[in-house]
Design a protein around this ligand. Structure first.
Ligand code: BYC
Ligand code: FE
Ligand code: FE
Length: 438
């Protein structure tokens, strides 16, 4: 279920060879089937203790604590399941890569997501015995988008048929990964903490691919807008800024759902047990209360026909707290993109939709909120939603632009080249080698 074709091509990949911070990355041509799926754990911290919850300050676990076994297994299974799901979603994109540089980045992301699955399956096999092995087998049965055996979380069943979706996914959905992995890196179950810490070092590149990918689309569109001031960029094969905004709305709202419900007893249990912390639980100076037994998170939602204020006890609001860290991170990127657009003299501002918009999970689920968070009537929402989410025509247009570009240094017309190549190599470096057979 990996990338379709491309098994025989030499790909200029980064491979993790050890965990020490200076020398873990090794760059060379590798055929994907030969990519080394190592299991990497960051070095153990001597006398590590649990950093939060009811078991705070006790020794971290190096075996599965019996009373939390099923919660822990469930967290690991949910995390593991997303990794192959993303590879399945992306498996056909190689056929329409906008450049060899982009193709290489796609394949780099794919092999690392494969490795992440391997790292999580290792935990299941090593620490959970038979039921862990059974869960690992199930992982091989589920398939992204399969109506009978879908992947666990909804965003991982949505198709990624074009590269604008791929960039939005790596920007917004991989970024959920950054925050979920960051929360698991705090775990009192030490093997999980050490595995996810190392995964996070790879995750940074996935986010880079998404962030710069969207930025390059914006740059190319603005360039076309400047060349044909009153014209329509679609006449020149560009992607209109409004369409980019709709894709952002789609993937950002789908990724918000990956944090679970706003008021969650699961989240409270995971935190209380010391299984899943907040982002930066140990390092962030702003987090000083590691018990979170006091205080409330206040949130407005619809109740008996009107919006009213609710107080969520802090531990039950941990999904929301994590999501807020995520939102802040996304906002920074959007501000950077807007600077790029403004610098090119184009008057357009990208925004992130409200947390209430287009939700399938939690307290705003299936309610007609606008991207600015306003409650609308169902009819009003229906009449406007084509301005906010990609329509069939938008998708068909974006897909029509997707043609494979294989000549080193050349880029498809809908995207600007990146600022620089990979690992000091020039843009026209053959990042993926094709011969006449493939
Ligand atoms: N879809 O208490 P609640 C990544 C269920 S991405 C479907 O609100 P909880 C990556 C839930 O199971 C990071 N069902 O939620 C990125 C529960 O069911 P039960 C992935 C959902 O449990 C790109 C009920 O609704 N990592 O690595 O606190 C490429 C009430 O749930 C969903 C993780 O997810 C949903 N979205 O939170 C490659 C970390 N949300 O109990 C990779 C591990 C909730 O009523 N997972 N439900 O049967 C977790 O920590 C939690 O399971 C979640 C859900 C945050 C996902
Ligand atoms: Fe991953
Ligand atoms: Fe990732």
């Amino acid at each position: 279920m990996g990338p379709d074709g491309l098994q025989e091509n030499d790909v200029y990949l980064r491979t993790a060879v050890s965990v020490d911070s200076s020398g873990w990355a090794h760059y060379d041509y590798v055929k994907m089937p030969d990519y080394r799926w190592g299991i990497f754990l960051t070095p153990p911290e001597k006398d590590r203790t649990i950093g939060f919850g009811d078991n705070a300050n006790m020794a971290a676990w190096d075996k599965v604590p019996g009373e939390f076994r099923s919660d822990l297994r469930r967290i690991i299974v949910t995390q593991a399941d997303t990794e192959p799901a993303s590879v399945e979603q992306q498996r056909l994109l190689g056929h329409s890569c906008p450049s060899l540089y982009d193709l290489r980045n796609l394949l780099q992301v794919n092999v690392e997501e494969g490795r992440h699955l391997w790292a999580m399956v290792h935990l299941l096999h090593e620490y959970f015995g038979k039921d862990g092995r059974d869960e690992a087998e199930e992982m091989l049965v589920r398939r992204s988008g399969n109506p009978d055996t879908p992947r666990i979380l909804a965003a991982f069943n949505k198709p990624i048929d074009d590269w604008l979706s791929f960039f939005c996914f790596t920007m917004f959905t991989d970024r959920d990964g950054k925050f979920q992995l960051g929360a698991l890196a705090e775990s009192g179950f030490d093997p999980l903490a050490r595995a996810t810490r190392f995964m996070l070092t790879e995750e940074a590149h996935h986010l880079f691919v998404g962030d710069t990918g969207i930025q390059r689309v914006l740059q190319r569109t603005c360039q076309l807008m400047n060349e044909i001031p009153d014209g329509d960029v679609t006449q020149r094969g560009g992607i209109p800024l409004q369409v980019v905004q709709k894709y952002i709305n789609f993937w950002y709202s789908a990724s918000m759902d990956l944090f679970g419900g706003e008021d969650s007893s699961n989240a409270a249990n995971y935190f209380g047990a010391g299984l899943k912390g907040r982002f930066g639980e140990q390092k962030d100076k702003k987090i000083s209360d590691h018990l979170a037994l006091d205080g409330y998170y206040e949130l407005e939602w619809m109740d008996n026909g009107h919006m009213s204020n609710h107080q969520i006890p802090m531990r039950r609001a941990m999904n929301l707290v994590l999501r807020d860290s995520y939102k802040e991170d996304c906002e920074k990127a959007v501000r950077r993109w807007n600077k790029v657009v403004a610098k090119m003299g184009v008057d357009f501002e990208l925004t992130l939709p409200s947390q209430r918009f287009n939700r399938e999970i939690g307290v705003y689920m299936n309610q007609p909120f606008s991207p600015s968070g306003e409650m609308l009537s169902a009819e009003d929402y229906q009449s406007k939603v084509s301005n906010w989410l990609p329509t069939e025509e938008d998708r068909a247009y974006v897909i029509s632009l997707m043609v494979q570009v294989r000549e080193p240094g050349k880029f498809a017309g809908w995207i600007a080249p990146p600022a620089k190549g990979i690992q000091g190599n020039p843009l026209d470096f053959p990042y993926v080698k094709f011969d006449h057979n493939n």
